[in-house]
Design a protein around this ligand. Structure first.
Ligand code: PGU
Length: 402
């Protein structure tokens, strides 16, 4: 029979969020009375904006008519959607031809890993979104170098001592720390990449949460980034499309391999071969999001999640916890004061009936922290706040470990 891909043996047995879901389900099965609140996986909870739902409905309806039926369309996505993203997200700095519409950032990260193939040395922020590392292991990279991101370095890694790598993953606003890189920090990153001829994969999936105007929402706000960076982004968190599925990746024309050939043309070759385009219904939803009404409605929902983050942050700070993030991102990164993060996870599940994400699931430097997601109803956030108030008053965070 066929041999197993040996890279699977290098992965932990379950993907982080599957492991959390399994533990949550098991607890719920044994304690059906428990009112569990999930502050774990970053999954949107609020209904879609009205104007977007109307566009989705109309698109679905058109598919049921002879004149409006659409089959496969352009693999790169509707020209109208790429043009709108170019205008609104990138103020025309990025051309529609450089934008590839997809079924989400996670899927594009996987395809990028396929594009660059095996044998690479990569560097990854630690802690970081686990897909960068798990996917790289499957891809067969040679070496993974962690870039520690801690409160001490303001969650921005030191690049000085980094050995030669081919590729750096960088996520801002960051999952899980909620930190947003400043303009000066991204300049340092781009400068480093240019000087050392390193490619950056920049994940901007949470860019729409940035509220402080001076903070960059795209790597392409940095001069020269088109020569060193690919950017991936998504409608998932922006407008609640985690289930609808729509995202995009920018591969600039000016981005070249070491032999001077075009990375964009290989990306086009790969996506036309292995991807048949994002759902056309979802793309109409994307177009509606980019209209004035859609942008305003989406923004209200984003502000709502940020208010949730502020409520939780304020509550934890008032209990004396060390809390980071949450101001321009939907995640809080909380110190568990020396407690093992999986033990804290289990203890909060059993005692507080709150599901969190243990920091070590995001990397070695995530140990000693946990992540709280602000994606939830206000009602649940207030219940969670009350549970934290009552329980943390009686017990320090440490006492929730075993
Ligand atoms: N990039 C980052 C940095 C993310 O945190 C997530 C989702 C994605 C991409 C996925 O974007 P899509 O466009 O929806 O594909 N992270 C969530 C969900 C967990 C997961 O496995 O994707 C989280 O809780 O971290």
């Amino acid at each position: 029979m066929i041999k197993r891909n040996s890279n699977f043996a290098k992965l932990s047995s379950r993907y982080l969020f599957r492991e959390i879901e399994n533990r949550r389900r098991e607890f719920a099965r044994n304690h059906p009375e428990a009112q569990l609140i999930s502050l774990g996986i970053g999954d949107t909870t609020e209904p879609l904006p009205h104007s977007v739902t109307e566009a989705l409905k109309a698109a679905a309806h058109r598919l049921g008519t002879r004149e409006g039926y659409l089959g496969y369309s352009q693999e790169q996505g509707f020209q109208s959607l790429r043009k709108k993203i170019s205008d609104i997200v990138y103020q025309t700095k990025i051309q529609p031809e450089e934008i590839f519409i997809s079924d989400g950032a996670k899927c594009d990260i996987g395809r990028l890993q396929l594009l660059f193939g095996e044998g690479l040395s990569i560097a990854v922020q630690d802690p970081s979104y686990p897909v960068y590392i798990d996917g790289s292991i499957l891809q067969g990279v040679k070496e993974i170098i962690p870039l520690p991101c801690t409160p001490e370095n303001g969650f921005f890694p030191s690049l000085n001592s980094l050995p030669r790598v081919d590729l750096i993953y960088f996520c801002s606003p960051n999952n899980p720390t909620g930190a947003v890189a400043t303009h000066a920090q991204l300049e340092e990153l781009v400068h480093y990449a240019k000087k050392n001829q390193v490619l950056i994969i920049f994940d901007a999936a949470y860019a729409s949460f940035i509220r402080e105007a001076h903070l960059p929402r795209s790597i392409y706000e940095i001069k020269g980034a088109e020569e060193v960076a690919i950017e991936t982004n998504s409608f998932s968190k922006w407008v609640g499309f985690t289930g609808v599925r729509l995202g995009w990746t920018v591969v600039p024309e000016r981005l070249k391999y070491s032999d001077g050939t075009s990375i964009r043309s290989d990306w086009e070759r790969l996506t036309t071969t292995l991807f048949n385009g994002a759902s056309n219904i979802a793309q109409y939803g994307g177009l509606a999001t980019l209209e004035i009404e859609g942008l305003q409605e989406a923004d209200k929902i984003l502000s709502f999640y940020l208010e949730n983050a502020a409520i939780l942050k304020e509550s934890l700070l008032s209990q004396g916890c060390k809390v980071y993030g949450g101001d321009n991102a939907p995640y809080l990164w909380v110190s568990c004061e020396g407690t093992n993060s999986w033990e804290l996870f289990q203890s909060w599940l059993e005692n507080l009936h709150l599901v969190v994400t243990p920091g070590s699931g995001f990397g070695t430097y995530g140990e000693g922290f946990f992540r709280l997601s602000a994606f939830n109803s206000r009602e649940n956030i207030l219940i969670a706040k009350e549970r934290l108030r009552v329980n943390l008053k009686m017990n320090s965070i440490q006492n929730y470990g075993y």
